[in-house]
Design a protein around this ligand. Structure first.
Ligand code: AMP
Ligand code: ZN
Length: 110
């Protein structure tokens, strides 16, 4: 938990989100400003600032995020048509929330 981190607050249910999935490692919720018909955020419960701060011992978290993406894409029905998985890394990469997350975007017309 990092103070004043909005995603830590969502993870801890201190502020609401439109939750799609959660398990012991991560949560998945709808992006509040969707850029596509389907726009979800895959967020590890552990506070890690960005990809730059991933440590070798976090490798399971990184892998879990990809496995969750595969599962959630199927759950929301974008797996067959296809989708994008994006990381924004630090300010120059467009990152606005400094708690590691992966965007899952899709749902465009076939
Ligand atoms: P970025 O840091 O650029 O990878 O993106 C952060 C994303 O978090 C943006 O797409 C925001 O719309 C989204 N976001 C910010 N606050 C919330 C919130 N309270 N609930 C859901 N999504 C949020
Ligand atoms: Zn956080």
């Amino acid at each position: 938990m990092s103070e004043n981190c909005i995603f830590c607050k969502i993870v801890n249910k201190e502020i609401p989100s439109e939750l799609i999935y959660e398990d012991e490692k991560l949560i998945v919720f709808k992006d509040i400003r969707p850029q596509a018909p389907v726009h979800l955020l895959i967020v590890p419960r552990k506070h890690i600032r960005s990809i730059n701060d991933l440590k070798p011992e976090d490798h399971a978290i990184a892998g879990d995020m990809l496995i969750a993406a595969q599962k959630i894409a199927k759950l929301v029905g974008v797996d067959k048509n296809g989708y994008k998985l994006n990381f924004h890394v630090e300010k120059g990469g467009g990152q606005e929330v400094f708690h590691l997350h992966m965007h899952l975007v899709g749902g465009w017309e076939k």
